[in-house]
Design a protein around this ligand. Sequence first.
Ligand SMILES: [Zn+2]
Length: 207
Amino acid sequence: MSPAPPVPDRQAAALFVGSHPAMDFLNTGYAPQGRPVEVIGDGRAFLAWLVAARLLDESGALALKRRLGAKALDELAAEARRVRAWVCDWVSRWHEAPDDDARVELRRLNALLHRATSYREVVATEDGLKVEERRNLESADGVLAAIAEQVAVLIANEEPDLVRRCSGPGCTLWFLDRTKGHRRLFCSAAACGNRAKVAAFRERQRG
Ligand SMILES: [Zn+2]
């Protein structure tokens, strides 16, 4: 049996400091100053995060909730947390040793991607009728596949060296360094960057 998740923290703020949707997903579990915060601790919290992350709009969230019910939604949140733990572990290893064999991980990721369902919709635009592809996110499979899609895009398109964790003491947040010089160190300049500056200042005062 997997260990019980931390008690869902209704006040836990979803953070979008990762500069990539997959990083933001990993950041739904973090530990500022060593105190674990769980953003997607139950189905309700997970739905709220999906809306905040713009994977679902309000009506999509309502439809998913109605379709699944509270219990299945809690199970979906639990599965999302398991996927997150696995991706977190994989991305850490990928960062450390990008050339390592990842066939097992890719198989697992592809199995998640395979759960996606999409359909075509005809929409009227100024230039006439257009056929557009829509993803079905009103199922557990669809939601997990959408998250897997973001992980796939990260792994396929980004440099493992630029996928990092914050250098702030005790901070576990992830980010993709999109800065020009690739010298980003912190989840946010306002939080950890500032704390590091204050610590360095105190260090200098002491010295
Ligand atoms: Zn940080």
